[in-house]
Design a protein around this ligand. Structure first.
Ligand code: ADP
Ligand code: MG
Length: 361
C-alpha cells in the first residue's frame, strides 16, 4: 500500500494546451479517491501522469515516499484498468491474467497461486478456461480487474472502467469494485464523469473543471457544502436549482427575493448574506428540499415560492414537478401521491435549512 501525493502538478501539451493546472492532492494509505468532472476536464491526463504514461510538465508526484516523476511506468508498482480493457482474444482467461506476470518472470507456481486467488476473489474461478469471446461484458470487465489484482500493486488506477456496460450491470459492478477495494485495501484512484458513480464509490472526491481542482471532499460534504455553483450543480440528481434573486435585509434577517417568492435565509447563511443587501445572488435549493404545500412536512413560514406547473413526472415514491417561477424553471421532487397537474398554479415550500447562495458570475 502507498499514499499518492501530487504537488502543484501541471500538464501542458505542446506548450499550449494546459490540460491540468496546479493539481494538489495527498491520498491516505488504502484510500479510494474518485476524480470526477465533465469530459475534457483533465481526469485521464492526471491519471496517466500518475501511471507514468504521460510526462509531468511541472510539479512533483510521489508514490509512497518516492518521487516518481522520472520513474518508468513498470517500476511504479501500479495497475491500471481502462474503459477499453483489451483482453488478448486468443488467450483464455487464465492466460490473460497470467500474461503480465510471465513478462515479469514471476515463477510459475507463484503465478498459479496468484491467478487462482484473484479468480476466487472476483468469482471467475469457473471461467478460467474460456476465451474472451465466450464471456459477457461484465465477465470481461472482471477479467480486466483480475489482471490488475494478480499484479498485487501498491496502487489501482481506474479510468471509466464501467462506461461500456449497460446500466444494470454498471450498478452491480460498482458495488463489486467497492467491496473488492475495501477487501484488498489498495490505494485507488478512480476516474469517472458520472457523479453518481463518484458519490457511491469515493471516500473522497476530487471535482475537476477545465483542468483545475474545484473541491476535494467526502461525498456528503460535497452534497451539503458545495463551495462553488459548479460543484453545487454537478453533485446531486436532479441538479440543484439556481434562482436569480435579490438579497433584502430586514430587522436582522436576510431574504432572497424575486418574482413570486420571498424566502428567509437561516442562521449562518443569513448572516453571511447581510453584506449583500440589495445585490443579486443565486439562491440554490435542491429539488428534494422543496415540497408542495399540503403534501409536505416542511412547515410554512417565509419560505413560499409561487409558480405554474409545466411538467409532471411521476416516479413512484416521488414526483418531479417542473415549475415556472418568474420566468425561470425550477424542479421540485415532491410526494409521489401529490395531486398536481400541468398548468396548475402551486405554492412550493422550500426547506430553509437547506438553502445555498452563490455570487452571480
Ligand atoms: P477527461 O479525461 O477529463 O475527459 P482529458 O484528460 O482526456 O480529459 O483531456 C484534458 C484536455 O487535454 C482536453 O482538452 C484534451 O483535448 C486535451 N488533451 C488530452 N490529450 C491530449 C494530447 N495528447 N494532445 C493534446 N491535447 C490533449
Ligand atoms: Mg478521460
Amino acid at each position: 500500500m502507498a499514499k499518492i501525493r501530487l504537488e502543484h502538478v501541471y500538464k501542458k501539451y505542446g506548450g499550449k494546451v494546459t490540460a491540468v493546472k496546479d493539481f494538489n492532492l495527498e491520498t491516505e494509505d488504502g484510500e479510494f479517491v474518485v476524480f470526477v468532472g465533465p469530459s475534457g476536464c483533465g481526469k485521464t491526463t492526471t491519471l496517466r501522469m500518475i501511471a507514468g504514461l504521460e510526462d509531468i510538465t511541472e510539479g512533483k508526484l510521489f508514490i509512497g515516499d518516492r518521487l516518481v516523476n522520472d520513474v518508468p511506468p513498470k517500476d511504479r508498482d501500479i495497475a491500471m484498468v481502462f474503459q477499453n480493457y483489451a483482453l488478448y482474444p486468443h488467450m483464455n482467461v487464465y492466460e490473460n491474467m497470467a500474461f503480465g506476470l510471465r513478462l515479469r518472470r514471476v515463477p510459475k507456481d507463484e503465478i498459479d497461486r496468484r491467478v487462482k486467488e484473484a479468480a476466487r476473489i472476483i468469482k471467475i474461478d469457473h471461467l478460467l478456461q474460456r476465451k474472451p469471446r465466450e464471456l459477457s461484458g461484465g465477465q470481461r470487465q472482471r477479467v480486466a480487474m483480475g489482471r490488475a489484482i494478480v499484479r498485487e500493486p501498491k496502487v489501482f488506477l481506474f479510468d471509466e472502467p464501467l462506461s461500456n456496460l449497460d446500466a444494470k450491470l454498471r450498478v452491480e459492478m460498482r458495488a463489486e469494485i467497492s467491496k473488492l477495494q475495501r477487501r484488498l485495501g489498495v490505494t485507488t484512484v478512480y476516474v469517472t464523469h458520472d457523479q453518481v458513480e463518484a458519490m457511491t464509490l469515493g471516500q473522497r472526491i476530487v471535482v475537476m473543471k477545465d483542468g483545475e481542482v474545484l473541491q476535494v471532499d467526502s461525498p456528503l460534504n460535497l452534497y451539503d457544502f458545495p463551495e462553488t455553483k459548479f460543484v453545487a450543480g454537478f453533485i446531486g440528481s436532479p441538479s440543484m436549482n439556481f434562482i436569480r434573486s435579490r438579497v433584502q435585509t430586514e430587522g436582522g434577517s436576510a431574504y432572497f427575493v424575486g418574482e413570486g417568492f420571498k424566502v428567509k435565509a437561516n442562521g449562518t447563511l443569513g448572516a453571511s448574506l447581510m453584506p449583500y443587501n440589495g445585490k443579486e445572488v443565486w439562491m440554490g435549493i435542491r429539488p428534494e428540499h422543496i415540497g408542495l404545500k399540503g403534501w409536505t412536512s416542511i412547515p410554512e413560514s417565509d419560505n413560499v415560492v409561487k409558480g405554474r406547473v409545466e411538467i409532471v413526472e411521476p416516479l413512484g415514491a416521488d414526483t418531479e414537478v417542473h415549475v415556472e417561477v418568474g420566468g425561470h424553471m425550477l424542479t421540485a421532487k415532491v410526494d409521489g401521491h401529490a395531486m398536481v397537474l400541468p398548468s396548475d398554479t402551486v405554492e412550493l415550500l422550500v426547506d430553509t435549512s437547506k438553502l445555498h447562495a452563490f455570487e452571480v458570475d
